[in-house]
Ligand binder design. Structure first.
Ligand code: DQA
Length: 160
């Protein structure tokens, strides 16, 4: 693992001012600096991108390996809860994808408690604010170093 792509979905460009009680006061640029600093400490190039457009996120996922990335940290925003197209894109690529959320979606409104992405991601980290991204980067490195199992997702193995 030499390079990781960090993808932020819709409305995350508003971080800092958007519902700070839920998402924190750090701006998107500050989150990106935090995760890039962690990448630097770990010898990893980290590139961060944000889009409000589903198709653009799909194109970035599809192109990530071709662009030289070895893993993806992905906060799909509200698409988490209903985008089958993004789920299919995550399932289609062979790169490890770690799903990330600033808030603990499992403790929020019922419609946020289900992720259509989770079953096809390598794993999910939620609830640690901007630090969720740092933890996700470490999860990618743990996979690379064999400190985390390659895949422990029995539902996916069963094709559910
Ligand atoms: C979010 C949680 C989603 O439910 C919400 O739509 C977001 C942000 C999070 O990071 O906590 O946009 O993905």
């Amino acid at each position: 693992m030499r390079a990781a792509l960090v993808l932020h979905g819709p409305n995350l460009n508003l971080l800092g001012t958007r519902e700070p009680g839920v998402y924190g006061r750090a701006s998107l640029a500050e989150v990106d600096r935090l995760v890039q600093a962690q990448g630097k400490r770990r010898g990893l190039r980290v590139e961060c991108r944000q889009s409000n457009v589903e198709g653009e996120l799909i194109n970035w996922l599809q192109g990530a390996a071709r662009e030289g990335f070895d893993g993806v940290v992905f906060n799909p925003g509200a698409f988490t809860h209903y985008s089958i197209a993004l789920r299919d894109a995550v399932a289609a690529i062979t790169l490890p994808v770690v799903e990330v959320h600033l808030s603990n979606i499992h403790g929020r409104e019922e419609f946020r408690q289900h992720s259509v992405i989770a079953a096809v991601a390598r794993g999910q980290i939620a609830g640690f604010g901007a630090h969720s991204y740092v933890l996700a980067l470490d999860a990618l490195l743990a996979l690379r170093d064999g400190r985390a199992p390659a895949r422990v997702n029995s539902r996916r193995r069963r094709g559910v």
